[in-house]
Structures are given as C-alpha cells and as structure tokens.
Design a protein. Structure first.
Length: 273
C-alpha cells in the first residue's frame, strides 16, 4: 500500500474523532468487553501501516518488516501523528472502543520503539533485568503513561478480560501475533476470540508431550487472569483449542514446563531461519 495512503488516512480519522467520541456512553464490563453503538477513535492510519509492514508467516508467526519501516520517513511520521492523536482523547470508558484504542496505542508505541532501536535482536536488548516497558512513555487521555501502566494499570484491571493478552504485542516471537489490522470496537469480541484460537493452536502457546504440556510463559506470568490455577489455564486452552489439540490436552492435562522466546518478531530473522 502506498505511503501516501497511510499519511492521508489520518486527517480523516482525526476529524471524525470528536464527533465519534461524543457519542460513546460508558458501558460496564464484567469479564467481557461490551459493544458500543459507534467506533472511537478511527484507526485507519494504523491499519494502513499494519497492512503494509506486518507479514504473516507460514509458521503462524506474524513478523514485522522493521527495516523497511525505519527507512520510510513518511510512514514514521504517520505513526507519530497517529500516536499523538491519543493525547487529549477521552479514554476513560469501559466500552469495546476504549479497549481497542488502548490496545492499538500499546502496539503502535511498541512498534515505534523497535523502529527507533532497530537493528536490535529483542525488545529486551540493553536491559539487564526485565525490559523497557516502564521507561517507554506516551501521552494519552490527558496523562502520561508507560507501556507497563497501559497493560497492568489500565487494560488488565479495568476490563478484567484474559483475552487482553492476545490483543497486545511485545515484539517477541512467542507473543501472540501483532494483527495486520487495528482493533475495532465493533468487531472486538470476535477478533479477540480469533486471535486466542490462532495463538493457542500454535506450538508457541501449547505443545503436548508424553510427559505433559509445554505452554507459553504467559500462562504462568498471568495465571491469575486465566482463572488463578493450572486447571483454570487448561480450561481456558480447551475453550479455544481445535479438536486435535483438545484431545492431546485431555490425554495428559498437566503443565510440565513454561517457555518463551524473546527474539524479535522481525522479517529479517525469518529470512535467515
């Protein structure tokens, strides 16, 4: 898709945002994201960039062409403008469009960080312990927040939905895929369910062995979000597993190991594999 399309999509989105935002009533969420009557904000520019740089691989991993993104000044400007559009937006709701906005912002800021650092082998490069999530900050909803605060202070506690872990991407191979389109409130529930199915039925998430299951460390780090026990995690996996995987899980439903590959989800890495 031409860079100009990504650049021109944004002014239209921003022009619509005040009208759309005004139409959004706050809707309570209790374990599921509620659907609002209209979308807020429009994410056409972000979808344009995602379609251009996210490349689904035959192994089920969506990778990002960070090198091409870094080389395209117009698209980097479009990304900056999209992120800046969140600065004074009303992001206080509990509706699906607000969830989508925070998740899109998280992903956009993460991609920008990697593009700025590129070339790099992992989002954790340069950090002896943990990663950069507390240090990467952005102005949104009239406040300055870190990526860590968006995930753990806003998305997880406000929406109380384990599918949040399939909505945000940490630029790692083992992370649930960065989608090739922006999240939208109108289709959020079905899109999140599809993302959960895609991840859970990939070996990055679950691999059945004769001794039990090797699963993503996501289900260890955030076990409380998935029900608070290993059995609850198993139940969650079975909810989205295809028939073949579900049979393998039921035949030996014990979690034996957790794994996570922090390598960058980079198209250049795929070319050397």
């Amino acid at each position: 898709m031409p860079a100009a399309a990504c650049r021109l999509a944004l002014p239209v989105a921003l022009a619509l945002t005040p009208l759309i935002a005004a139409a959004q009533p706050a809707m309570p969420v209790a374990g599921a994201v509620q659907q609002p009557p209209a979308e807020k904000p429009a994410h056409a520019a972000w979808t344009c960039l995602l379609k251009k740089y996210v490349q689904p691989g035959p192994d089920g991993v969506n990778r990002v062409d960070y090198a091409a993104f870094k080389d395209n000044a117009e698209d980097r400007t479009a990304l900056d403008t999209y992120i800046a559009s969140f600065a004074d937006m009303d992001l206080s709701g509990t509706d699906a469009a607000t969830f989508a906005a925070w998740a899109n912002l998280y992903n956009a800021v993460t991609v920008r960080y990697i593009v700025e650092q590129y070339p790099t082998g992992s989002i954790r490069d340069g950090h002896l312990f943990g990663g950069p999530w507390k240090k990467i900050r952005v102005t949104a909803g009239g406040q300055t927040v870190s990526l860590d605060e968006i995930e753990h202070g806003i998305l997880r506690p406000r929406f109380s939905n384990p599918l949040v872990h399939y909505a945000i991407n940490c630029a790692a191979i083992s992370c649930p895929n960065l989608q090739a389109k922006a999240w939208q409130g109108a289709t959020l529930d079905e899109d999140l369910a599809a993302a959960a199915r895609a991840y859970i039925n990939d070996p990055r998430s679950v691999t059945a062995t004769p001794r039990g299951l090797r699963v993503s460390s996501i289900y260890d780090w955030f076990e409380t979000d998935f029900g608070g026990s290993k059995q609850a995690v198993i139940d969650h996996l079975l909810k989205y597993a295809d028939q073949g995987l579900a049979e393998e899980i039921r035949s030996n439903p014990r979690i034996r190991a957790y794994e996570y590959d922090w390598s960058l989800n980079d198209t250049k890495k795929a070319e050397t594999e």
